[in-house]
Ligand binder design. Structure first.
Ligand SMILES: Nc1ncnc2c1ncn2[C@@H]1O[C@H](COP(=O)(O)OP(=O)(O)OP(=O)(O)O)[C@@H](O)[C@H]1O
Ligand SMILES: [Mg+2]
Length: 424
């Protein structure tokens, strides 16, 4: 067994490659200078005795929205404290709150904690209109300027009541600014016209990072995280990076993979840190391209595994029909052949045997989740068209994750061992 006394040969600060926003917080985001300048302009009235402008921030996942807004509001708070300006920021994390009502209870709780200290309970049993009034009362009591940050606000879905009411506050004692953050384009576009005309009047978009930006982001974090890794001169760019523990192609490859996908910095960081972990595990002193490729395969396996495990039993059965066909070299497979297998499985495990039409729907759902590929092909002269399905993930990954379902494990093992026998 490894000892915790073992010296780390690669990491200097293990947290600096961690994508979780709370674990490590970069002091600046140079790639977001323009966006943070726009936010600065919206908040600047506070420093001139005026009212902050409401803002809606949009951008896909992993683009520095949460962290960027934190940096800017903290900078403002420090300025306010230094200059005796009364400013309060309420940061509300809306994820998990599927209604305006839930977000309002969180907001009231946070505002009360400003006055009474931590540990205040969430208000329960009120109508949302009362909760809005309670929030406004608290704001009047606190006074000065209040900034309310509603992060991941898309959680509230169609119930955008809070976004309608907050910007319309009519307060005597207090100036209020609202910053809404979302990564959901559909949510932004579906907002009520009145909400968009107030909150969305100022919209700041965080466009996805390109490969060059991701390279520099990863290089800066690698300098913090890894031993014998530094920038030559003043430039904090990949071109100036010197490292004894990273081979030259590692960061460009991690950045290229992340850029190819969605330009998500979190994804790039995860890939780089998994690559370092792999090198450590293999006792290698230098992280190389091969670690990155293996780490990427591992991350994909995990992702596919999670999505298979999250499927319903019926969809898992439908998936298993294609997995078995793929194992036997029968893919692309026609729906009718797959349906026969499905009927057998249902009998074996005593599951509800749905009609053929419903079974087709399950196959289509699996296509939408990216686990299957569907094609429409001709059956031969005069025999019309049919759908065929092929597996989009490896049979091993599929078997492994399907057998994790207690109801299916025996069936999956039988199909797997059937294959083993036939290849003996
Ligand atoms: N320009 C950057 N430089 C360094 N690190 C960055 C940069 N942009 C993002 N990150 C890092 O990437 C991770 C994700 O950033 P953040 O949580 O702010 O993304 P987000 O846009 O809020 O994503 P989501 O929509 O999923 O909430 C964090 O670890 C953050 O520190
Ligand atoms: Mg965020």
């Amino acid at each position: 067994m490894r000892s915790f006394d073992e010296a780390d040969k690669l990491y200097d600060d293990i947290d600096a490659l961690e994508p979780d926003t709370e674990t490590y917080r970069p002091k600046d985001l140079p790639e977001r200078e323009d966006e943070l300048d726009e936010l600065h302009s919206a908040l600047e009235p506070i420093a001139r005795g005026g009212t902050p402008r409401d803002v809606l921030i949009y951008g896909p996942t992993g683009q520095g929205k949460t962290h960027g807004v934190k940096l800017k509001t903290e900078q403002l708070q420090e300025w306010a404290d230094r200059n005796d300006v009364a400013l309060t920021t309420a940061n509300v994390q809306c994820k998990g709150s599927d209604k305006s009502y839930n977000v309002l209870t969180l907001l009231v709780k946070q505002l009360r904690e400003v006055r009474f200290g931590p540990g205040v309970d969430k208000p329960v049993g009120h109508q949302r209109k009362t909760l809005v009034e309670m929030a406004f009362e608290e704001m009047e009591e606190i006074g000065g300027t209040i900034l309310v940050v509603l992060d991941e606000i898309d959680a509230i879905g169609e119930d955008d009541y809070i976004l309608y009411e907050l910007p319309r506050a009519n307060l005597d004692n207090t100036k209020l600014g609202v910053i809404g953050i979302t990564n959901d384009l559909q949510f932004r576009d579906s907002l009520d016209a009145d909400v968009r005309s107030s909150l969305g009047k100022r919209e700041i978009t965080f466009h996805p990072y390109d490969a060059n930006q991701l390279k520099n982001i990863l290089a800066r974090r690698a300098v913090k995280a890894l031993q014998d890794t530094k920038f030559e001169g003043n430039k904090k760019k990949l071109a100036a990076l010197e490292s004894d523990v990273l081979s030259d192609d590692v960061i460009p490859l991690c950045a290229a993979f992340a850029a190819q996908d969605t330009g998500d910095a979190r994804q790039g960081l995860r890939l780089l840190s998994r690559s370092v972990e792999l090198a450590k595990k293999e006792n290698d002193e230098v992280v190389t391209e091969s670690h990155v490729r293996k780490a990427k395969a591992g991350i994909e396996r995990d992702r596919v595994g999670q999505s298979i495990r999250a499927e319903t039993t019926q969809r898992k059965l439908a998936l298993l029909t294609v997995v078995e066909a793929a194992e036997n070299g029968e893919t692309p497979a026609e729906t009718s052949d797959l349906y026969e297998k499905y009927t057998d499985y249902c009998e074996t495990i005593d599951a509800d045997n749905y009609i053929d039409h419903t079974f087709r729907e399950k196959l289509n759902d699996l296509e939408h989740s990216g686990l299957l590929e569907k094609n429409r092909t001709g059956r031969g002269h005069g025999k019309g068209m049919t759908n065929t399905y092929d597996l989009q993930v490896s049979t091993e990954t599929a078997f492994e994750n399907l057998s994790a379902d207690g109801r299916l494990s025996k069936l999956v093992e039988n199909i797997r061992s059937g294959r083993k026998k036939s290849t003996l």
